[in-house]
Every structure is written in structure tokens, then in C-alpha cells.
Design a protein around this ligand. Sequence first.
Ligand SMILES: [Zn+2]
Length: 457
Amino acid sequence: MRKIKQNTNQKAEHEIAQKSKQKAKMSRVIISVAMVLLITLNVISCSKTKQTDGGAESTASSDVGNPEGVPSDASDASTKGPTLETDDTSSQGTPPSNTSTGATEPPESPPETPRADLVPYDGIVEHLFFHEVIAYPQLAFDGDSGQQGYDEYMVTVGEYVKMLESIYSKGYILVNMNDVWSEHTTDSGARRMKKNTLMIPEGKKPLILSFDDISFYEYMSKDGFMEKLIIGPDGEIWDSGFDPSGNPVVTQEMTVVTVLDKFVKEHPDFSLDGVKGCIALTGYEGILGYRTQFDSKNDTPEARINRTQEIARVRPVIQKLKDTGWYFATHSYGHINLNKASLNGVKTDADRWLNEVGSLIGETTLFIYPFGSRLDGGDVNKTGPSFQYYVELGFRVFASVGIESYSKIKSDINAVICDRMHADGGTLRRERTRYMKFYDAIEVFDPMRPSVYGNKW
Ligand SMILES: [Zn+2]
């Protein structure tokens, strides 16, 4: 993507490499427990600190007047937390005439023949995200130190299936995040983002799905998750892992990817042109279950060969995903907290992601914040140097996490920021009403979840 910088700051890279290396080794070393905990916190709390943005999930529930989330431009902006301005409301509801004002952008949704069954849609585009699903709840909820995190930030595969069924039954149709906004040239000649008029089947409601940390981190395999996505003999994507007894499992029913693939196959009208979802990737333990990361602490000939092999193995998986409606975003290299990171730290991390992940998945303009934590201190009305750097790299959409599918087109820079709602145990337990537009927590809740954490219903 863009310019992939070869000359990254050696020192800083070394630091990150060191960190990453520690992580890679941790499962084999005595300090594994502490490190696993650390990473667990990192990963599964994608949604945790985001709450600093739009107001904490727990506290914000009381100050949002739009719990049912009925799409309405006014409610979209006005229900956000204090740092969020309302000046994006105009862009949420892009005037229909706007579609012709953009200079030479590619057209919106239907790139080829206009379809007679599609109608223009200018309302809110809902955005919901998941982490990888728990394939074996008995392992995730076994009472160890990871249990509470899994309960809070993940859903089980059983819940995921029920959620998809419910979302589908409510009339949503999956759309590509890349189609929701596009660049245009303003009257003053500046390049800015604008919201597109989507063309979707009448009566449908557009929905973006995104999936964070689809890396199959090492700590997760022991806790009831699959280990990687593979290409099966039939050329399709399959899940590979182990069952609770340690037997190898190859299935299409245990990851967010294959379950959604199957669901869309059975319900083609759940997807606009075959779109599935956005996969947000870090790089520190590779991607999609393949250890493609460069480990400067273990830069041996064997490690190099292994890395080369892993890269070769993941390439067809990436291609197949792209061919079947999946697309990618960065999630930072090291799952770093961007809110607090220095400009140098941000640059080093971004460059490393571009080198090790961007080089595999290709171009993307999408950035899904780790921890939902916005760049440069999180003030959506400011544009700090780190944000600027990412825009220079070509990123355009910056997605956090919040209590609703908020979005704001930046007026001072060529970017849009948005929030995603989070399908996880936390909202299942405590936000039933707010998520009722997608599913009823009572109906999807997995009885395998521990009873100790309690529900607000
Ligand atoms: Zn994450």
C-alpha cells in the first residue's frame, strides 16, 4: 500500500521487534502467564477503552436518548459524548445531488450495470464488530484468569450464529465499508471525504460488519478458539484447530469467517454483491493464524525459512478471502494504545504494519483502532500529528468503538472517523435494549457463559 517504507527507524523497530519477540516466545517460557495475561488484555479489550471516546458503555447508556438506534441523522450526532461535534450531520445525510459532484471518484455501490431492484439510501449505516468467536465455550469459560475477558469481549459461535440469523431477519444487508464514504474535491480544491448514497434493495438496511484481531494469537488456542484459516481441498476457506480432547479439527463452523461465509451462501440477500466483512489485523503474531511476523530476536536461518513458508501459506488464504467478499483494515502492528503513543511510536508501528501486513493484504484505507482508542488524545475535533501521518499514508476511515454507529467527516483533513457498536458479552449482559435492533440478548445468550458476571435483564 502507498509507500511502504523500507528505512524504518532502526532503534524503534528494534524495540517493537523485541516486544513482539517476547510475545512470540511467551507460550514456551516461564513468564508465559504474565505475558499471556498482558496480551489477553490487549486483544480482548478492543472495545474497552473506546469508551473514553463516546462515553463509557456503562455510563453512557443513561445519557443516550436513542437506545433503539432508529436511524436518524440528528440522533446520530447528538447522542454522542461530549467530545463529539454535530457538524457531521450534514454529511451523514448526503444530499442525493452530491453523487455527481465528486470529481473522478469511482462510482458508489453498483460498479457495473445499475440494478433495477436497488434504491438510494442516505441514512445511517450501522456498524457492528466482533472478535474471533469462541469455538469451545467449555475451554474459554473454565475458570482460569482469561475467563472474564473472554466473557466480556467475545461471543461464542452459538451466539454468533443466532446473532446473524436475527440481524438478517431484521432486514439488514451487508455492505462494504469502502463504499460508504469516498473522496471528492471540494469547491476550494481540497480533497475531503463525503458520504455516498448507497444503492441497496428496497426495504433493506445497510450494515457494516468488522472483525478485530483475526490473528489467532497463541494464547487463544488453548482457550477454545480455532488456530487458523486454511484453504481446503475444495479451494474454500476452512477453520483448523483442535477440539477439547486435542484432536485436530477441520471445519467450517468455528470461526467468524466460515460461519458468515456459510450464512451468506444460504441467504444471499444478506449481502450486497457478496460483501462479507472487514478483517482488522495487527501484525505482531502474524495474521490469520500464520506467524508471518519478523522477529529480530530470533533471526535465525530456520526462523527465516519458517517465516517465508508462513507467508507463502497465508497468501492464498488472503486471496480467497478477498475473492469472497472480505476486505482488510489495519489494527496497528502491536495493538498499541494510539491515544497515548508518541508520534515516533505511531510511525514505527505503522511502518512495521505496512511492511509485514500491508505487503501481504494489499492496499487499504481503513484503520480500526486498537482499544477503540483514537489517535492524538482522542479529541475528534482536533487533528494531531499522528492522525496527519496516517492520512499521509493514505488512510481515510478511522473506526473506533462506541454506543452507536456514529460518524463524522473531518472538515480539516481528508478523513472520516466513525464508531462501531460491539457485539460481545458485555453488551449482551448489560445493553440488551440498545442492541435490540440487531438481536435480543435473551434469545442469543449462550447458557455456557459463567453465571457469576450477571445480566441486567
Ligand atoms: Zn483489537
